[in-house]
Ligand binder design. Structure first.
Ligand code: FES
Length: 150
């Protein structure tokens, strides 16, 4: 953990207990998950019980307590993407990466999750890698992308 980085986030949020959700969002933006040592540090600095921080971290689906991969893949399984083959891409990714949605590969290169509607249904099925959207995807295009990143 880089204390300076975390201190900057606490400073930005005024070192205020009532900004804890925003603080956790900022932490996740930096680390892509909520590392335990950072949560302990925040708990001590803001005098918030660690159990309370964990209960917030697990309440919001957007927060992750598990490390994410260098490449964070989302596959949309909203209705429009699902019927156009999103599910097939999701199954392909499970087999190709040998992980289930929500997991990270052992080499920490890829993590993969399924989401519901990313608001770009017209160009579905959608695959997102590190916030970059790829539309009209299929298994072949997804495989090419993954192989390029390896
Ligand atoms: S259903 Fe996939 S973007 Fe809307």
């Amino acid at each position: 953990m880089k204390k300076l980085e975390v201190d900057k986030i606490l400073e930005k949020n005024g070192w205020k207990k009532n900004k804890i959700v925003g603080i956790l969002q900022d932490i996740q933006d930096v680390y892509y998950y909520l590392p335990e040592d950072v949560l302990i540090y925040i708990s001590e600095k803001l005098n918030i019980p660690l159990s309370q921080i964990y209960s917030i971290s697990t309440f919001y689906k957007a927060f992750s307590l598990k490390p994410k991969g260098k490449y964070r893949i989302k596959i949309c399984l909203g209705t429009a993407c699902h019927v156009r083959g999103g599910y097939i891409i999701s199954e392909f990714l499970k087999n190709k990466l040998k992980i289930l949605p929500g997991e990270t590969t052992k080499d920490e290169l890829f993590s993969f999750e399924t989401v519901n509607c990313l608001g770009a249904c017209a160009i579905g099925p959608i695959v997102v890698i590190n916030e970059k959207y790829y539309g009209q995807m299929d298994v072949e295009k997804t495989e090419k992308l993954i192989n390029k990143l390896k």
